[in-house]
Design a protein around this ligand. Sequence first.
Ligand code: AMP
Ligand code: ZN
Length: 114
Amino acid sequence: MSNCLFCKIVNGEALGDIVFESDSVLAFNDINPVAPHHVLIIPKKHISTLNDIDEKDFNVMGKIHLIANKIASERGIAESGFRTVFNCNKDAGQAVFHIHMHLVGGRKLNWPPG
Ligand code: AMP
Ligand code: ZN
């Protein structure tokens, strides 16, 4: 998608603070972190929201979870705990319409979310 910010980070047109890359998945630090660790993990292919995934996306959506596991472990927050979130559409406050997992950790997180 030519006007999608995260597609631009994938193809190098926009700068991202990249922490992991594979053939199908990219992870980068959130530009406005809400916790000591705040990483966005995305499929390289454009998918707008969680409403838009289907069976052909099982593999990449599974890989995104494995990468969250790996990053949390590398950063030493796997045991203390962390949160993964996909915001979907306006009631969840989704601002960037290229599906992304937020991996947030490094402090005590409240529940329920605001
Ligand atoms: P959401 O509200 O779930 O759509 O989250 C979008 C996230 O993207 C927010 O946490 C923003 O801080 C983050 N964000 C926006 N632009 C950039 C960027 N250029 N690089 C990294 N993170 C970004
Ligand atoms: Zn995109």
